[in-house]
Design a protein around this ligand. Structure first.
Ligand SMILES: C[S@@+](CC[C@H](N)C(=O)[O-])C[C@H]1O[C@@H](n2cnc3c(N)ncnc32)[C@H](O)[C@@H]1O
Length: 247
């Protein structure tokens, strides 16, 4: 493990419009060059959950990259993305929002929705920022409908070192700010064991917490070159996935 001790990050790392725009552009550049991070996660969601139609909430959605990717696979979904960063929401409203994707400024640990509002709840790469991860998970569960699903994914500090170093190298090729952001986020992320404690504290009894399964077949959908295959595979190796079905 590269960092034994967790070093928490600021809750809201990006509230400068130009900084968020550069983060957005770095993703667009990567998408053109090789593969799309958000599409990879969208496909992983669809592999785990048989999503048909309904209302989706993305907690700490950033500029909405994941909602945008998932919408391309399923046009029957209505999305609401919430985030506390004004700049993220501004970039999202400008580049991603449409009739089916709305953005609201809100905190994850105080979701301003009635109980059982959403069919699916997503949360990508944000748990390590939350001031109150237990309360945030409880809020997600509260606004989830019966038979609905929560899919959360984030970095894991206990990922294999080679995978982490590989992603640091990739991030540095995009731009230096991006690399620093990534290293700080990795250092702030939870291990699988730490994340398990958070879920158990929330009182949720039935859940699945694991590393995403990556097979060549799964990545074949992308027609990736060997190098990109390894990158995509390492990108997923350094994540945990939390899957919850509300019964
Ligand atoms: C690394 S970004 C990930 C954004 C997005 N999910 C993605 O994958 O592109 C983390 C996001 O969490 C948001 N955030 C952190 N704490 C939050 C909270 N308590 N409530 C809502 N948003 C929060 C930040 O503003 C930031 O947009």
């Amino acid at each position: 493990m590269l960092y034994k001790k967790r070093v928490p990050e600021k809750e809201q790392e990006m509230d400068d419009y130009e900084e968020v725009l550069s983060y957005y552009k770095a993703h667009q550049k990567l998408k053109k060059k090789s593969w799309d991070i958000y599409d990879l996660i969208a496909r992983n969601i669809l592999k785990n959950i048989n999503i048909k139609e309904g209302k989706v909430l993305d907690v700490a959605c950033g500029y909405g990259g994941l909602m945008n990717a998932l919408r391309k696979h399923n046009n029957n979904l209505e999305f609401v993305g919430i985030d506390m960063s004004k700049a993220m929401l501004e970039v999202g409203r400008k580049h991603v929002a449409n009739k089916k994707i709305k953005f609201l400024r809100m905190r994850g640990d105080n979701l301003e929705f009635p109980d059982e509002t959403f069919d699916y709840i997503l949360c990508k790469d944000s748990f390590h920022h939350f001031k109150n991860p237990v309360k945030t998970l409880q809020e997600m569960y509260r606004v989830l409908k019966k038979d609905g699903y929560i899919y959360a994914i984030d970095l894991r500090r206990d990922a294999p070192e080679e995978a982490v170093l590989h992603i640091i190298q990739l991030a540095s090729e995009l731009n230096i700010e991006n690399m620093i952001l990534y290293v700080e986020s990795h250092r702030a992320s939870y291990t699988l064991k730490e994340m398990k404690k958070i879920v158990e504290k929330s009182g949720i009894k039935k859940y699945k917490l694991s590393s995403p399964r990556i097979t060549k077949d799964f990545l074949k959908q992308y027609n990736l070159k060997e190098d990109d295959w390894l990158t995509a595979s390492d990108y997923l190796k350094e994540k945990w996935v939390l899957l919850i079905k509300k019964e």
